[in-house]
Design a protein around this ligand. Structure first.
Ligand code: NI
Length: 144
């Protein structure tokens, strides 16, 4: 681990401190490292569409919307090669929350996610991509 000194204006630092407190980071360093990691992940995702990845796709839907539940299930069976696991939560009488764990190329996973989240009756779709390459030897440091 290397130590660097950066200049940052007061407003931006306030924003980082607020974010850090809200997310519960132990220090500014840890908050900044994760912010940079997020940016790097986005960058790599944009660059390397063929790169292998793991991803979680989270979405909320109304199971009573006509055929929606079976269409979503069908979509996952159709791409069973991408689908690792799905967690289903019955939120209330009407809504379900699902978290699908996907494994494939960034392009495949993104296309699948778009196909799910653009369905009528699906809301709050969020895709989190975790690059598979170069991560094996990456130590997640929580010390400073
Ligand atoms: Ni349900």
């Amino acid at each position: 681990m290397q130590r660097i000194t950066i200049s940052i204006d007061d407003d931006l630092l306030d924003t980082i401190d607020r974010l850090s407190a809200r997310r519960g980071y132990a220090s500014r360093s840890e908050a900044l490292r994760d912010i940079v990691r997020e940016a790097v992940t986005r960058e790599q995702s944009a660059e390397a569409e063929d790169a292998p990845c793991l991803a979680t796709l989270t979405y909320v839907y109304e199971h009573e919307t006509r055929d929606l539940a079976s269409r979503l299930t069908r979509a996952q069976h159709h791409r069973h090669d991408l689908s690792v696991a799905t967690l289903h939560v019955h939120v209330d009488e009407h809504e379900c929350l699902e978290v699908a764990v996907l494994k494939g190329s960034v392009r495949e996973v993104t296309t699948f996610a778009d196909g799910v989240t653009t369905q009528r009756g699906v809301r709050l779709g969020a895709l989190q991509i975790v690059p598979a390459v170069g991560h094996a030897g990456h130590a997640h440091d929580h010390q400073t």
